[in-house]
Design a protein around this ligand. Structure first.
Ligand code: GLU
Length: 448
């Protein structure tokens, strides 16, 4: 398998859909696993959409995800002469023919006729191949039709350009989305007509939403750039994309790049649609953030604090003390510094829904004031001492004859000191904020 050559062949459109980049990820992993070559070919024949900006988006997405390629990028437009030369060969062997085709100009509605070149499909028998993911595939010749390979303006069509470039680049395996299955029957015939070996094909399953429909931008973030902006780590997105249509065969989910390269094989790819589960991605991203070296996370937090105009050090503790509890609870980098800003400024931004739910309820304000007094008077103010104090209160019997319970106390205190319903463990948070600040905030919240 060491002569394996695979390629990612995107048509730049301006944004890189995760379905497309998943194909790149699978090609890359396959090449790295077998020690073959991974190539990048930009199919830029649509001159309107293939702007420099659109091409840069593809290159940026690849760089961000660490999808390095082994040979210089090939631009399909540079191969135009090869495409037309191949068409000449097909014309002279009789595999293709010219015909006059009528068409309607979409702009003017005018009917016009022009000469096109059509590829001749077989009129009997079957076209068959074994898809490395989908198994045996076949199509009866009578269900196929001759198709255009050169338009009336002389420009070659996708099918011919794609196949000629694959031949030129010596591509051995074509791994792409299963929206291309129909094209494959055409492409196989072109390879044969040009006397080239037919590559192996692996068509990856469609990525679908919770309803089983193709995953689109209406379902949430769908483009690589969006995930980057929303604070996902490239390692997490990479890991998540591999699991859209592939599984290692054991119960591992979070896998390093080396583990993925080691474990990847096309025969473990699934043919059934792959469901895009954003909750899973969020969880996975949280796992990757939690395992980042503390120094890297700290640098990220610091730059986001600076960008938000917040101080570099928290109020009651050091940044080094704050990093561990914040890091293990951060799901995306864009949670920063919002999820911990109450450590950096005296004013708490109260989430109105949290206040409504936890503080505007019978008895809550009185309890906050009572805790303010108790914390103020306590001989010490630590994780253990604050917890002991709250627990003692929770064990007391309330008016309904039942113990008050931790929930009735922990949630209002958390909202009172942080303004939000989620964050580090409460007692850890209190100790980091410091006694005076906690007491002040409890009293302020009781007045909300
Ligand atoms: N440019 C095509 C696409 O983006 C290429 C498909 C392929 O052969 O991989 O869908």
């Amino acid at each position: 398998m060491d002569n394996v050559r695979v390629r990612f062949a995107p048509s730049p459109t301006g944004s890189v859909h995760i379905g497309n980049i998943r194909a790149a990820v699978f090609n890359w992993l396959f090449a790295r696993h077998v020690g073959g070559k991974f190539l990048l070919r930009i199919e830029d024949t649509d001159l309107v959409r293939s702007t420099k900006e659109a091409i840069d988006k593809v290159l940026d997405a690849m760089a961000w995800l660490g999808l390095d390629y082994d040979e210089p990028v090939v631009y399909q437009t540079h191969n135009a002469a090869d495409h037309l030369a191949a068409v000449e060969r097909l014309l002279s062997s009789g595999a293709a023919y010219k015909a006059v085709k009528e068409s309607v100009d979409p702009a003017t509605g005018e009917r016009k006729s022009g000469e096109v070149v059509l590829f001749r499909m077989p009129k009997e028998g079957v076209i068959e191949y074994t898809d490395l993911v989908k198994g045996r595939m076949r199509k009866k010749a009578e269900d196929t039709q001759d198709f255009v390979i050169v338009r009336s303006d002389g420009s070659p069509v996708f099918h011919i350009a794609n196949v000629v470039d694959d031949i030129k680049q010596g591509v051995t395996h074509i791994i792409r989305g299963d929206d291309h299955v129909e094209n494959t029957f055409k492409h196989i015939q072109i390879f044969k007509a040009l006397g080239a070996p037919v590559p192996e094909y692996a068509h990856l399953p469609m990525i679908v939403n919770a309803q089983g429909k193709p995953y689109s931008k209406r379902d949430g973030a769908a483009f690589v750039g969006e995930f980057k902006e929303q604070g996902y780590l490239p390692e997490a997105l990479f890991n998540f994309l591999v699991l859209l249509g592939w599984a290692p065969g054991d119960d591992r989910e979070v896998m390093s790049r080396d583990e993925l390269v080691e474990a990847f094989s096309l025969d473990r790819c699934k043919s059934s649609p792959a469901r895009f589960d954003l909750k899973k991605l969020l969880w996975m991203n949280g796992e990757y953030i939690a395992h980042q070296p503390a120094e890297i996370f700290k640098a990220e937090l610091s730059s986001r604090l600076a960008a938000a105009g917040l101080p570099a050090e928290p109020l009651g503790c050091t940044l080094d003390e704050l990093v561990p509890p914040v890091q293990i609870r951060t799901k995306t980098l864009s949670d920063l510094p919002g999820n911990c800003e109450y450590f950096f400024k005296e004013e708490v931004d109260y989430d109105p829904a949290a206040v409504e739910k936890r503080i505007h309820r019978p008895g809550a304000k009185e309890r906050l004031l009572a805790f303010a007094d108790a914390f103020e008077a306590a001989p010490e103010f630590t994780v253990e001492s604050t917890e002991a104090l709250v627990r003692a209160e929770a064990d007391k019997i309330g008016e309904d004859g039942k113990p008050v319970g931790m929930g009735a106390l922990v949630h209002p205190i958390r909202v009172a000191v942080s303004g939000r319903t989620e964050g580090p463990g409460l007692f850890e948070m209190l100790a980091l904020l410091g006694r005076d600040r906690v007491v002040r905030r409890l009293r302020a919240a009781a007045a909300l």
